[in-house]
Design a protein around this ligand. Structure first.
Ligand code: FMN
Length: 248
C-alpha cells in the first residue's frame, strides 16, 4: 500500500489584527477591538485545531518597527505587523481552549537569558500538556537593540554564535530535571527526589548559568524548536533545532 504524504500546517500569527495581509485589518468583517480579549485567542485556537493545523505560532519583535524611513509613522501608522500584546500571555489562553494544537512562541536569543527562556517555554509546555514550540530568533532590527541598551544590532556572526550558546544552555536547563524527579508522595513525605535534579553548569562564550532550572521537566522535555533563518550561518542552528524550518 502506498503511503500518502502528510501535509503539516503551522499558522503564522500576530497578537494584532495586522498579520500577513497588509491592509486586511480594514476589511469590514475584520475584528479590531478584541486584540486584548481572551475570547479572540480561544476562538482562533479552536479554529486552527478544527481545521487540522499542527500548530500556530506568534511572530514577534521587541520594538515598534521603524523600518521605513527610520520612523514608525508609515509602518505603524498604516497598520504594519506588530505585536499589541505579549504572545506569552495569549498562548496559555489558547492552550486552555484546545487539546491538540501546537503553540509556538517567538523568543529572541539576543535579548533573553537562557534561564528566562527555559523557564517560560518549559512552563508553557507544562500548562499545555506538551504542546509548546519555540521559534528561535536572534532579532534583526536596530530599533530592538536600542530597547536593550545597544546602539545597533550585533553583526550576524555574533548573533548566531550567541544563539548556538543560548540554545545549548537552555537544553542543559531543560535536562536538569529527570522525568521522575517530582515524586509528590504524601505517604513517604518525599516531594522531590533531589538525586534526580542536577546543575546545568553551562559556561559558554556568551552565557553562563548554574541551574538547575526552577521548574520540573515538561512533558516534551523541551519545546519543539523552530528556526527560520536560511543564510549559511543559520544552518548549524537549524540543524540543532531541526524540528520545523518555516518559510514565508
Ligand atoms: C517565516 C518567518 C518568520 C519569522 N519570524 C520572525 C519573528 O517573529 N521575529 C524575528 O525577529 N525574526 C523573524 N524572522 C526572521 C528570521 O528569524 C531571521 O532573522 C531571518 O530569516 C534572517 O536570517 P538569515 O539571514 O540567517 O536568513 C522570521 C523569518 C521567517 C522566514
Amino acid at each position: 500500500m502506498t503511503r500518502r504524504p502528510k501535509m503539516h500546517l503551522v499558522a503564522y500569527l500576530r497578537t494584532n489584527s495586522t498579520a500577513s495581509y497588509a491592509g486586511g485589518w480594514r476589511h469590514p468583517a475584520a475584528p479590531l477591538d478584541d486584540v486584548w480579549s481572551p475570547e479572540r485567542y480561544q476562538s482562533l485556537a479552536r479554529l486552527l485545531e478544527n481545521a487540522c493545523f499542527d500548530a500556530g505560532f506568534f511572530a514577534d519583535n521587541l520594538a515598534l518597527p521603524d523600518l521605513y524611513k527610520g520612523r514608525i509613522d508609515d509602518y505603524i501608522g498604516r497598520g504594519g505587523q506588530a505585536s499589541l500584546l505579549d504572545p506569552m500571555i495569549a498562548l496559555p489562553i489558547m492552550a486552555a481552549a484546545t487539546t491538540r494544537l501546537g503553540l509556538g512562541a517567538t523568543l529572541s536569543t539576543t535579548f533573553n537569558e537562557p534561564y528566562h527562556l527555559a523557564r517560560s517555554l518549559g512552563s508553557l509546555d507544562l500548562v499545555s500538556g506538551g504542546r509548546a514550540a519555540w521559534n528561535i530568533v536572534s532579532s534583526t532590527m536596530d530599533c530592538e537593540a536600542r530597547n536593550f541598551g545597544l546602539p545597533a544590532m550585533p553583526d550576524k556572526e555574533t548573533r548566531y554564535d550567541r544563539a548556538d550558546d543560548v540554545l545549548e544552555a537552555c537544553t542543559k536547563l531543560w535536562d536538569s530535571w529527570d522525568a521522575e524527579a517530582l515524586v509528590m508522595d504524601r505517604g513517604s513525605g518525599v516531594f522531590a527526589d533531589t538525586s534526580r535534579i542536577r546543575a546545568a553548569d553551562h559556561d559558554g562564550p556568551f552565557v553562563r548559568v548554574k541551574g538547575p532550572l526552577g521548574i520540573p521537566r515538561s512533558p516534551q522535555g523541551q519545546p519543539v524548536l523552530m528556526q527560520a533563518g536560511s543564510s549559511p550561518r543559520a544552518l548549524p542552528l537549524a540543524i540543532a533545532a531541526a524540528a520545523a524550518v518555516p518559510r514565508r
